[in-house]
Design a protein around this ligand. Structure first.
Ligand code: UDP
Length: 328
């Protein structure tokens, strides 16, 4: 039986990865320090004989007993408002955490896949974004702590591959959504659905003409699974190229939820990328992968998940201020 360590395992993507690897018959060691993750996302796996949870911060030295075949590093805050709240942890998990895990991969002879991001492209001047584009990142802007940590993460991962011969894989993840996203993490999809469910107006930042391309979580996990098992060591974009403006997206959510609320406009956050769309030619060619779930289908499933949450969760305010995030 192959053994995999998944970091950020109690988070949105980490928990879906745990499900997939358990389903494929792996022994899963799930690691999380629960800063932004939630044990409820993996509660259904806790009693599984091939599943083990370890509460640990990967920025500190990591010890794993016995053999290890794969490491998937998915620990990191992942919403712009989170980076503002915990900027130092964001930098540490991408840099020190990645260093510790690469050391572990080297010691165990494990293959390591890191979760990189479309944020390495910053506010891109090339559209759609190909893996060859170097990006347009402001290192000292509010997103810098995440963007630069992820860029460093790619650099140190390639260095461990080149100098130590560690088997590495790099996925650049574009906006992804689905069940188990945190309702109140400030990201646009849970923000809009939460607002609709609470009977609040939907907050579009700027004029809403910035674009994003949303990928359903099952598609993303399939792409990651294929990349891990491929022999390609350079970064691969995984995302859904179906691009939409944030204003049109708000209108879709209004239609989906049947809310009577209206759209209100707020200031545009500093360094908010104006357009984002993955070029997935590489993923198609190398992995034979492309997304299968349309936004209409994916949103229906995701809305059903959020509708089922308790009142307490719906009204829990993790982020009651956007101060510092939004340009006035
Ligand atoms: N956004 C918005 N209203 C909200 C939250 C976000 O208009 O209540 C916008 C945000 O400015 C950005 C887009 O939605 O342009 C996506 O934001 P998110 O934080 O989900 O992810 P990003 O792709 O910016 O990291």
């Amino acid at each position: 039986m192959k053994k995999v360590l998944i970091t950020g395992a109690a988070g949105f993507l980490g928990s879906h990865l745990c499900d997939r690897f358990i389903k494929e018959g792996y022994a899963v060691i799930a690691m999380d320090n629960l800063i932004t993750g939630d044990l409820k996302n993996i509660a259904h796996l806790q009693s599984h004989e091939n599943f083990k949870f370890i509460n640990h911060d990967v920025s500190e030295y990591i010890e794993i007993e016995g053999r290890l075949d794969y490491i998937l590093h998915f620990a990191s805050p992942a919403s712009p408002i989170d980076y503002l709240k915990i900027p130092i942890q964001t930098l540490k998990v991408g840099s020190l955490g990645t260093h510790n895990l690469l050391g572990l991969a080297k010691a165990k002879g494990a293959r390591m896949l890191i979760a990189s991001t479309s944020e390495v492209y910053g506010d891109p001047e090339v559209h759609p974004q190909t893996e060859e584009y170097y990006g347009n990142v402001n290192p000292i802007g509010p997103r810098g702590v995440y963007d630069e940590a992820k860029r460093f993460q790619e650099a140190i991962t390639m260095a461990y591959h080149t100098y130590h011969g560690v088997e590495t894989r790099i996925v650049r993840i574009f906006n992804t959504y689905g069940p188990r996203m945190r309702l109140n993490d400030g990201r646009v999809l849970p923000a809009f659905i939460g607002q609709a469910l609470r009977g609040e107006d939907l907050t579009v930042f700027g004029e809403g003409n910035q674009t994003r391309s949303f990928c359903y979580v099952d598609d993303l996990i399939e792409g990651i699974y294929r990349l891990l098992h491929s022999d390609y060591v350079y970064p691969v974009n995984i995302g859904n190229p179906d691009e939409i403006t944030i204003l049109d997206f708000a209108k879709e959510i209004i239609k989906l939820t049947g809310t009577n609320q209206k759209i209100v406009y707020k200031g545009l956050p500093v360094n908010d990328p104006m357009q984002r769309q993955p070029d997935i030619t590489k993923a198609k060619e190398i992995l034979g992968w492309e997304p299968k779930v349309s936004r209409a289908e994916g949103l229906k499933i995701t809305y059903a998940y959020f509708k089922n949450l308790s009142k307490e969760e719906l009204y829990k305010k993790e982020h009651n201020t956007f101060e510092g995030y939004i340009k006035s």
